[in-house]
Every structure is written in structure tokens, then in C-alpha cells.
Write a protein that binds this ligand. Structure first.
Ligand code: NAI
Ligand code: MG
Length: 366
């Protein structure tokens, strides 16, 4: 058996714990059947942590996250927490994890499943076989730049947000994109607004420098204006392989790309930090969806987004690409047998519960 890998599970609120239970089944299967064992730790985050400890993330949980090889995060939030102060809100737990682990590269794949082609609002031929990866810069840009807020200017009230990028902030996310492209189809499209934004010009120049000086001449780099990128994603998404972009454009473009594939319950994500002195990269994996309070506790949640997030952990944190492929193929296979949770239900299919979906994936893995 290979060395132990530490996996911190932070199930959180709502359907978070339900979908994490299904991941546990797959982790246990990997332990038994594949050449890897996981040392699983678990803690509370979000409203669950607030209820237990009065804070959405304890220092102890933060320490565990810093020392884990990967963090699997469920979801946080719920109406009962909506009136808490800013720092006590469930989201503050996730923001603290992202900030203190310095998770600057957000990976959002958009992959279509043949069995779910009817879930997309686009024509099947436009999305069939789609497999693209959006790399969004996550810790800088206009969501963080200073100055920000209200001020008086020429006697009038105005409000400012500042788009700001340092060279290093662009370099490190560009490197992640080029490294990913190398393991995929060797193409990177960098999206900005170099036509109207100084930061766009700087982004374009810096990405070109990384491409040239970083030894990435095996990767094809193209530049695309972010608004055109949005159009191209809807018109002909398969022209893309990896798209790298800033925080704001990435927020929008990753949501556009996500919906090419149909359902929130199917979408995984990864957030990666820098490689530390031990060669380890901090990383957090989470489904794109939230805590879905409307269906929590009813066995209706689709666990696929969480399972596919674990597959990303296998690939990017544990270098277990073959095992990641296994999980993804098992997910495809279950869907093609017509088993569906309610969110992806369609005529002639068999409706199953959250845990039945997890069991079906295990049966396919077997
Ligand atoms: P949501 O993603 O929780 O739910 C949106 C809709 O999609 C709901 O109708 C829900 O039932 C459905 N849905 C979501 N995931 C599903 C799944 N796996 N299977 C089946 N159906 C699924 O977003 P919403 O309703 O805007 O937010 C609910 C709570 O979640 C809020 O408190 C919000 O702040 C929080 N949230 C947390 C996030 C996180 O933890 N990263 C991200 C987004 C929202
Ligand atoms: Mg968003």
C-alpha cells in the first residue's frame, strides 16, 4: 500500500453532509481496492461550526486544512444564518479557507455527459464531447483591489472598486493554466479586455512572457477578449481547451461554461494554492452548488458534483489520474443506465436517491 494521504472533510450545511457521505463510500472503495490509503479527518464549517463553536471556522479546523494534502468541502449556508453579522456568516468560513490557504487558482471544468445531453439548452452537436477547463484567478483583481468603497468626488458621492494585478499574481495563475494544458490538449486561451483596460494589456503581456520564458513553447497560446470569449463559449465551445482569466471575468465565464453542460448537481471545482517547500500544493475541492436548503435532509441531492470534485482531488493533489478516470467513467456509466437524481431526471429514467446514486457509482467501480 502506498503512503498515507491526509484528506480533510468539511461537510458543512444543508446537503453538504449528504453528498459528503457518498464521497466517503468512494474513498473507502479506493482504500480497499486501489494502491492508496487515505487518512481522513473531519471537522465542521459554516453554520454547523457556528452552531457548535460560535464561529464558521475554528483555528483548529484551519490548522487541519493547512496540513491536509487536500480539503473536500461540501457547502455552507442556510436561511437560519442569513441575519448573522458578516464575520459569523457561514460564507466567512469558506472565505477564510481560501484566503489563508492562498488558493489563487480556481479550476472549473465544463464536461458534458452523453447521457445528459438533453439537459443542455444548446443543440447536442454544439456540446457533445465538450471538455474544457476554466482557470479563474481567485484571490486578486477587482474583488480585492484598493481603494474601494464610497467617497466624495467633485462634490458628488461616488463608489469605487479597483481592478489590480501584480505581475506575480498573473504569473502564478498562468503557470497553472499552461501546466494543465500540457496534460490536456495543449491549448490556452487567455481572456481579458486589453482593448479598454490597462490591467488587460498587462495581463496579456505577462501571460505572453510566461509562455515564452517559462518553457511552454509546446503549448499554443491565444488571446481572446473576454466579451468575445463569452460569445464563443455559447456559439462554439469546443474550440477551447484551457481558458485562463482574471477573477471577475472568470466568475462570469465559468458560470456560462458550466451551464453548457446542464445541471448544477454535476459540476465540480478545485481551488489550488502555491507549491510549498515540501513540493505539496494546498488545495480545496468543492461542488459548485450551495447547501440547497430546499431539498436538504430529503435524500434528493445529486452527489455527482461532490464525487467529481473528489476525482479532481485524485488527479491534482494525489497524482492519481487513473483513479480519477475510474471515478469519472463510473459516473458516466451510472448515468447511461438511466439512473437519475431528481435534478437531472428526464422521461423514461429511473429516479433514485442520493445514497442510491452513491451505491450505483460503487457498483460501477466494482
Ligand atoms: P444552491 O446551489 O444551494 O441551490 C440552487 C438550486 O439548485 C436549488 O433549487 C437546489 O435545490 C438545487 N441544487 C443545488 N445543488 C443540488 C444538488 N447537488 N442536487 C440537486 N439539486 C441541487 O444555491 P442557492 O439556493 O442560491 O443557495 C442556498 C444556500 O447555499 C445559500 O445559503 C447560499 O449562500 C449557499 N451557497 C453556498 C455555496 C458554497 O458553500 N460554496 C455556494 C452557493 C450558495
Ligand atoms: Mg459565481
Amino acid at each position: 500500500m502506498a503512503s498515507n494521504k491526509t484528506l480533510l472533510m468539511l461537510p458543512g450545511d444543508g446537503i453538504g453532509p449528504e453528498v459528503c457521505d457518498e464521497v466517503r463510500k468512494v474513498v473507502d472503495w479506493m482504500d480497499k481496492r486501489r494502491a492508496v490509503t487515505f487518512d481522513i479527518k473531519e471537522d465542521k464549517v459554516g453554520g454547523a461550526a457556528y452552531d457548535a463553536y460560535g464561529t464558521p471556522l475554528t483555528d483548529d479546523a484551519m490548522d487541519k486544512a493547512q496540513n491536509a494534502d487536500a480539503v473536500l468541502f461540501g457547502a455552507v449556508g442556510g436561511p437560519q444564518y442569513d441575519n448573522l453579522g458578516w464575520d459569523a456568516r457561514p460564507e466567512a468560513g469558506l472565505l477564510r479557507l481560501r484566503k489563508e490557504m492562498d488558493l489563487f487558482a480556481n479550476l472549473r471544468p465544463a464536461v458534458t455527459f452523453d447521457a445528459l445531453l438533453e439537459a443542455s439548452t444548446l443543440k447536442p452537436e454544439v456540446v457533445q464531447g465538450l471538455d474544457i477547463m476554466i482557470v479563474r484567478e481567485l484571490t486578486a483583481g477587482v474583488y480585492f483591489g484598493e481603494p474601494r468603497g464610497m467617497q466624495m468626488w467633485e462634490g458628488k458621492e461616488r463608489c469605487i472598486d479597483t481592478q489590480s494585478y501584480t505581475r506575480d499574481e498573473i504569473v502564478r495563475v498562468a503557470e497553472v493554466a499552461f501546466d494543465l494544458a500540457r496534460k490536456r490538449n495543449k491549448r490556452v486561451a487567455s481572456a481579458e479586455k486589453a482593448n479598454v483596460m490597462k490591467t488587460g494589456v498587462f495581463w496579456r503581456q505577462t501571460v505572453a512572457e510566461v509562455h515564452k520564458d517559462g518553457g511552454y513553447d509546446d503549448i499554443e497560446l491565444s488571446n481572446v477578449l473576454a466579451d468575445n470569449c463569452a460569445m464563443q463559449l455559447v456559439r462554439n465551445p469546443k474550440q477551447f481547451d484551457v481558458i485562463v482569466t482574471d477573477n471577475l471575468f472568470g466568475d462570469l465565464l465559468s458560470d456560462v461554461a458550466a451551464m453548457l453542460t446542464g445541471s448544477l448537481g454535476m459540476l465540480p471545482s478545485a481551488s489550488l494554492g502555491a507549491v510549498d517547500e515540501f513540493g505539496r500544493r494546498k488545495a480545496l475541492y468543492e461542488p459548485v452548488h450551495g447547501s440547497a436548503p430546499d431539498i436538504a435532509g430529503q435524500g434528493k441531492a445529486n452527489p455527482m458534483a461532490m464525487l467529481l470534485s473528489f476525482a479532481m482531488a485524485l488527479r491534482y493533489s494525489f497524482d492519481l489520474g487513473d483513479d480519477a478516470d475510474l471515478v469519472e467513467q463510473a459516473a458516466q456509466a451510472v448515468l447511461s443506465t438511466g439512473k437519475r437524481t431528481l435534478d437531472i431526471m428526464s422521461a423514461g429514467c429511473e429516479a433514485i436517491s442520493t445514497s442510491q446514486m452513491g451505491d450505483a457509482v460503487i457498483a460501477e467501480l466494482d
